[in-house]
Design a protein around this ligand. Structure first.
Ligand code: GZL
Length: 345
């Protein structure tokens, strides 16, 4: 009889221990471990296939770091692919993600077009796709579930409007003739950002009170790199050294390359030639502190956390906004020194 009682007591204790372990799971640590493990609705860890375009600029490096860190923080298994600036490598990577059966695909489209076929393959494989940073032009927008990016048209408008205000405030006279001659270093040909930034700049110029004060003297791609930006600026200076009033570089890296070309030509960047660019990377803040550039329009690369949050929502069957823009500011040279310490990229 005594043994039976002992057996019963052991049984009850065992059952209580199992119950305690189970409810601890459902209450706190369960959802925490779920979040930490980055698990989808099925409870297994989420695997994300991510196709990045390359490492062409300080901005891109910061974008990659943000995505890798956010995946780690979210407990998401990231399959990362670097396309070395080639669309065909991105398409190959997306196809391999489909073959692997990842839970979700995210990618930065290097150019706007040429994605319909491979995104249809992802849709047929029932793998949701999230577009990051740049934009895509598709015949069927149902081929992606969400787009997290930056408003390149607004960035282009901010550039022109800041220039127009600055030239008036500084009461600058054109270096030759009666118009301000502008040269433009464009980003990657065919990319939504290069197209959008140019369109925004020109729309604002057309809408300006006296946009005819400006003449676009030359415009050429510098491929978003410092090296190419320097080379193209050298060619602009070769033909129009004493005519150029303004440089609009579509990213900071090309502007930093152009500054070297302007100095080599015996001119003062930021003084003889007014310079404005887009991104807001630390290297540009340093150049503005040195008086070599005049303004940078922010384009925020820190899109990782929003991407991971969106991926989890999609996989949990929650609704998500089709398009989300990250916040962006504008930083003239006179705030560079006090702002640099708080910059995150
Ligand atoms: C902008 C991003 C651009 C940056 C460049 O959203 O796609 O690509 O402006 C980067 O620096 O190379």
């Amino acid at each position: 009889m005594k043994n039976l009682k002992k057996l019963l007591a052991l049984l009850v204790t065992g059952l209580m221990l199992i119950a305690a372990a189970g409810c601890g799971d459902s209450a706190g640590s369960g959802s925490a471990s779920k979040a930490a493990s980055g698990s989808g609705s099925g409870g297994k860890q989420i695997t994300m296939g991510f196709s990045q375009i390359g490492a062409e600029s300080e901005w891109r490096t910061a974008n990659t770091e943000s995505i890798k860190q956010a995946a780690k923080d979210a407990g998401i298994n990231l399959q990362f692919s670097d396309a070395q600036q080639k669309q065909e490598n991105q398409i190959k990577a997306i196809r391999s993600f489909i073959a692997q059966g990842v839970d979700v695909i995210a990618f930065v489209p290097i150019v706007e077009t040429g994605w319909d076929t491979v995104l249809k393959e992802a849709k047929d494989a029932k793998i949701p796709v999230i577009v990051v940073d740049r934009d895509v032009k598709l015949n069927d927008d149902s081929l992606y579930v969400a787009k997290i990016g930056t408003d390149s048209v607004a960035e282009g408008k901010k550039v022109f409007n800041w220039i127009d205000e600055y030239m008036a405030k500084q009461n600058k006279q054109p270096r030759s003739g009666n118009q301000y001659n502008v040269v433009i270093l464009e980003g990657t040909v065919g990319s939504s950002v290069a197209i959008g930034r140019e369109a925004g700049f020109k729309d604002a110029m057309a809408a300006a009170q006296d946009g005819s004060k400006y003449n676009i003297l030359a415009s050429q791609t510098g491929e978003f790199t410092r090296q190419k930006g320097q080379e193209v600026m050298e060619s602009f200076l070769k033909s129009d050294r004493d005519k150029i009033d303004i440089l609009f570089a579509q990213n900071d890296d090309m502007a930093l390359g152009a500054i070297q070309a302007i100095e080599a030509a015996g001119l003062k960047p930021g003084k003889d030639i007014t310079i404005i660019s887009i991104d807001g990377v630390k290297g540009m803040f340093q150049a503005m502190i040195e008086g070599k550039s005049n303004c940078t329009v922010e384009c925020n690369p820190l899109q990782g956390p929003l991407l991971m949050e969106t991926a989890k929502k999609v996989l949990n069957g929650e609704s998500v906004d089709k398009l989300v823009y990250v916040d962006e500011g504008i930083f003239p040279a006179d705030v560079a020194e006090k702002t640099l310490p708080e910059r995150k990229y």
